[in-house]
Design a protein around this ligand. Structure first.
Ligand code: GLY
Length: 349
């Protein structure tokens, strides 16, 4: 016997605008949603958020965007609040905030009564160009990131780039690094929209293009078993740099450096040699670091990668950018990896 399940939610509608319009978030269920919102975003944007959600939220649960609170315990508190508020099987959850808030709230929505309607309203550039689309939800366990989670795409994503007006500049730049990643993967023209002073009128186009490119990649591999792993471009070396700098590098800064290193690695295997220089120029124009500047001991990076649990005897899969819109998943043996890592770190010196 064989049964084909049409698993819900089966599609995501995405709206991208500059302004958070009144009534922009319309709940399919028609009942008042449970609202989960970043506490700082709530302080700054409460009236606009309330005006945007129809019907108005029944209950508001604020979340402090702290990595140490991205836990099962927070999810349990959230579910307890949904229980108290009487959020039913045909109810809904709207999450407003950055990637952390969206990840936690979406996980709760995916397990509450086995899954309720979910709407995401991302408020950081990182969440707008990446985290809000593709259904990854999750929380940390024992300090390890996103160990518990689910694939649960939102039915609706509403992006209003005006939220970026109150986002610290350093955080906007982190989002630019992820946007550059998407550009290298799938849409070279996105790079034209990047820089330290992108006009507010161009931001919706930047987000739209990033989501169109990411959506096409995810649609081929929602469960992250193959092609979706391309979205990890810059992240293997990036995580090692983030960690071995004692988190002096933010995620976005580390991903930018990681991409640069990966471009040098790809060039050694036949990729276009000029790509690393082009990426360096764009990262500089955004205001992101292009050299390690003493924040990281190269030996610590090598040792981080050596101890990374994912390292098996057979080596590790890297995403190597051979050129714009030509990135490849390549399994490197420990020997190849060690040699290419030298090249990557040389590029960043
Ligand atoms: N942020 C990477 C992914 O969604 O797969």
């Amino acid at each position: 016997m064989r049964f084909d399940w049409s698993v819900s939610p089966s599609s995501t509608e995405v709206k991208v605008n500059r302004i958070l319009d009144a009534d922009a978030v319309q709940l399919r269920s028609g009942s008042s949603p449970f609202l989960v919102v970043d506490s700082e975003v709530w302080r700054l944007w409460e009236s606009e958020i309330v005006r945007a959600i129809r019907p108005e939220p029944a209950e508001v649960f604020t979340v402090d965007a702290r990595e140490d609170l991205k836990t099962v315990r927070t999810v349990e508190s959230l579910c307890a609040a949904m229980f108290e508020s009487g959020t039913h099987r045909d109810g809904s959850l709207v999450a407003v905030g950055g990637g952390l808030t969206c990840d936690v709230a979406a996980f709760a929505a995916s397990i509450w009564l086995r899954g309720i309607e979910l709407v995401l309203v991302p408020t950081t550039l990182l969440a707008m160009v990446d985290a809000c689309l593709g259904g990854k939800t999750g929380v940390n366990l024992a300090g390890a990131k996103n160990q518990i989670g689910s694939f649960y795409p939102a039915g609706l994503v509403v992006v209003a780039t005006d939220f970026l007006r109150t986002l610290p500049r350093a955080e906007v730049l982190q989002g630019m690094a992820e946007a550059l990643k998407t550009s290298v993967l799938a849409d070279r023209d996105i790079a034209e929209l990047l820089g330290s002073d992108v006009g507010k009128d161009r931001l919706p186009e930047l987000v739209r293009r990033c989501l169109a490119a990411k959506g096409a990649i995810v649609a081929r591999d929602l469960r992250d078993l193959g092609g979706r792993r391309l979205l990890n471009l810059g992240h293997t070396l990036g995580h090692a740099l983030e960690s071995s700098s004692g988190f002096e590098y933010s995620h976005g800064q580390a991903v930018g450096l990681g991409m640069l290193g990966a471009a040098a690695m790809a060039a050694r295997r036949g990729g276009r040699p000029a790509l690393a220089g082009e990426l360096r120029g764009i990262l500089e124009s955004i205001g992101l670091p292009v050299r390690l500047e003493g924040k990281v001991d190269p030996a610590a990076v090598t040792s981080f990668l050596d101890h990374d649990k994912k390292t098996g005897g057979d080596g590790r899969t890297w995403v190597l950018p051979y050129d714009w819109e030509d990135c490849r998943l390549e399994n490197l043996s420990p020997r190849e990896e060690a040699a290419l890592l030298e090249v990557a770190l040389g590029e960043l010196r």
